[in-house]
Design a protein around this ligand. Sequence first.
Ligand SMILES: C[C@@](CO)(OP(=O)(O)O)[C@H](O)COP(=O)(O)OP(=O)(O)OC[C@H]1O[C@@H](n2ccc(N)nc2=O)[C@H](O)[C@@H]1O
Ligand SMILES: Nc1ncnc2c1ncn2[C@@H]1O[C@H](COP(=O)(O)OP(=O)(O)O)[C@@H](O)[C@H]1O
Length: 277
Amino acid sequence: MNAMELSEHAPAKLNLALHVTGQRGDGYHLVDSLVCFTAIGDVVHLSPGPLSLAIAGPFGAGLDPGDDNLCLCAARLAGGQAAIRLTKNLPVASGIGGGSADAAAVLRGLRRMGHVLPGGLERLGADVPVCLASQPARMQGVGEQLTPLPPLPPLHLVLANPGLSLSTPQVFTQMENRQNPPLPPLPDFHDLATLIRWLRGTGNHLEAPALRLAPVIGEVILALRGTGAAFARMSGSGATCFGIFEDAARAAHAAKRLRQHGWWAVHTELAQPPATG
Ligand SMILES: C[C@@](CO)(OP(=O)(O)O)[C@H](O)COP(=O)(O)OP(=O)(O)OC[C@H]1O[C@@H](n2ccc(N)nc2=O)[C@H](O)[C@@H]1O
Ligand SMILES: Nc1ncnc2c1ncn2[C@@H]1O[C@H](COP(=O)(O)OP(=O)(O)O)[C@@H](O)[C@H]1O
């Protein structure tokens, strides 16, 4: 790779827990979420040249490379010129922050090329600030208040999506109760048992509204539990769900079984934090 070329991983974002605690005057919802990132993600490649975007990868065909693509929005906001190639490995509009993760990866790449990032990155999407760091965090406000957390215990994860895109605003609109308590106090997640015990006392308040729009999400969660997940839940506004398994072999086996339904299902683990600088 030429010295001026670089690649940035854009890890999938998982909302391990997501409470909706209120709504702002402008309609945006206040959230309280435990967020982590996975080894599976998109990949963004930047090389010198006028601003452009080419998309490939398993989910590339469903995504428009036009001016509204978040990769280009991010580059324009940062004043960066680069030829961008995006490998789209994550399903689009699926609650795992794909677009925000890509925007954040472009911003990290431009920063590595010497650009100083402007403020107001949340204008690109509420999830962009948390995706920029791509490290476990508690996310509050509408996504701009971030508290970095110590590393979580190793997780054997399965991500599964029944092949449908859900619109985030539509899922928020379906909510019946927008005034929920915040997350319970976060302990030191030193082992899996502690994390799962804590997760059982939390929820994803977007799960019920998403289930009303797409009941198949319930089947995905049941299938994750039925294949041995110690814990399973939907991420973000869906429809991607995650299962946490005791070991890699069980997770790999579960992913294989879920793919037999014709669903997208992958076995993954937590991401290594991106290199800074
Ligand atoms: C729900 C979450 C949880 O992490 O994830 P996803 O399901 O998108 O992955 C995020 O809050 C989504 O973040 P993101 O997808 O970047 O949201 P944006 O593009 O800023 O907003 C899309 C729309 O969702 C609604 N929205 C978003 C965030 C928020 N805190 N309150 C909202 O009400 C608004 O209607 C907004 O117009
Ligand atoms: N690079 C991108 N990757 C994914 N979606 C994008 C991208 N750029 C723009 N979008 C648009 O952003 C919307 C949300 O997609 P995404 O971020 O994948 O989902 P979610 O917000 O559920 O995590 C989609 O409607 C999609 O068309």
